[in-house]
Ligand binder design. Structure first.
Ligand code: UGA
Ligand code: MN
Length: 326
């Protein structure tokens, strides 16, 4: 009888305990599920945040790989570059920025041929990652090239380069700033080696230019380490028969000769001479690029894109979306 009773009690205890355990499990499982969905949410937000920072870090790493560290011991290269609005402008600037990003201590002086600084260039410079100065000046009306004019009829980028020179003279100091001044076209092609060559120019340095003057290259001819004449078809008797892309000037020389600038009213092919005559004589020139035997810059010219279909659409009153920048 006693044994029977204790068996009943045992069963009761067993029943109570297992129901309790079941209830506990259900309750806890429920709570656990609840907690886990909340945790999952937090986890999701944290993961998103992490991804965001990872992406930023990756981008920063890429930038650091792209842009060499500045080196205070090296002279700065001040590249004065005229630029003007046209369909290929942003493409040209992108191509050049991706070259200049590889050059240490590079200061890009962009001078727009316009009455005011355009949104396109302003936006472009804001994210290009290159130290820059943004200027503008419009070429006087009577010196502007017309659509139908051959490009050699009037000199291009003259006032823009002069404004660049003026900026150097107003903002830099002979004693403090060490550098070299280079005049870039926004459509040329530049080898990185060119910038290593020109960086230590003492006065005026020179080198060959490829695809210019209707020839494979033009170059200064060097004998016994000195420039003695010009290898060019067009007027080799010019004082400096060299393309804009073929020389660099020490900053000090620019700052100490404030009268030196480009002449707007020059005969065809004399633009470079109009500046250099104020600064140097032929026998003082410093020949670079293996005694002027290597081509490290090309006077490339970008084809003007045809806009036939675009114009059809404009005529039909359905122009392309102007909010899409090209
Ligand atoms: C060649 C030289 O490479 C130029 O450096 C030089 O200024 C020119 O000859 C000249 O004798 O005037 P080229 O390639 O034929 O130049 O000329 P562009 O590249 O069309 O123009 C030179 C620079 O001036 C470019 O950076 C261009 O964007 C700019 N430019 C051109 C203007 O600022 N406004 C214009 O209306 C046209
Ligand atoms: Mn050009």
């Amino acid at each position: 009888m006693v044994r029977l009773l204790s068996l009943k009690k045992l069963l009761l205890v067993y029943f109570v305990m297992s129901t309790g355990a079941l209830l506990w499990l259900i309750l806890n499982f429920g709570l656990f599920c609840h907690a886990s969905s909340k945790e999952e949410e937090t986890l999701l937000t944290k993961t998103k945040e992490l991804r965001h920072w990872e992406e930023r870090l990756r981008r920063r790493e890429r930038d650091l790989q792209k842009k060499p560290q500045e080196d205070a011991s090296l002279p700065t290269i001040y590249a004065i570059m005229p630029t003007h609005t046209r369909h290929v402008q942003k493409a040209e600037l992108t191509r050049l920025a991706q070259t200049f990003l590889h050059v240490k201590n590079f200061h890009w002086i962009l001078v727009e041929d316009s009455d005011s600084q355009t949104d396109l260039v302003t936006r472009f410079l804001a994210t290009c990652g290159i130290k820059h100065t943004h200027l503008n000046i419009k070429t006087p009306e009577n010196y502007q090239l017309k659509e139908t004019d051959p490009n050699w009829l009037k000199p291009r980028g003259v006032e823009q380069r002069n404004v660049g020179l003026q900026w150097l003279r107003e903002n830099l100091d002979v004693g403090r700033d060490k550098g070299v001044v280079y005049f870039a076209d926004d459509d040329n092609t530049y080898s990185l080696q060119l910038f290593d060559e020109m960086r230590h120019t003492h006065g005026v340095s020179v080198w060959p230019v490829g695809l210019v003057g209707g020839m494979r290259f033009e170059r200064p001819v060097v004998e016994h380490g000195k420039v003695v004449r010009w290898y060019t078809y067009w007027r080799p008797e010019r004082p400096f028969a060299i393309d804009m892309a073929g020389f660099a000037v020490n900053l000090q020389l620019i700052l100490e000769n404030p009268q030196a600038k480009f002449e707007l009213r020059v005969r065809r092919g004399y633009l470079e001479s109009s500046l250099l005559e104020h600064l140097v004589t032929m026998d003082e020139l410093e020949p670079l690029a293996d005694n002027c035997t290597k081509v490290l810059v090309w006077h490339t010219r970008t084809e003007k894109p045809k806009m036939k279909q675009e114009n059809y659409l404009i005529q039909a009153g359905r122009p392309s979306d102007p909010r899409i920048e090209v």
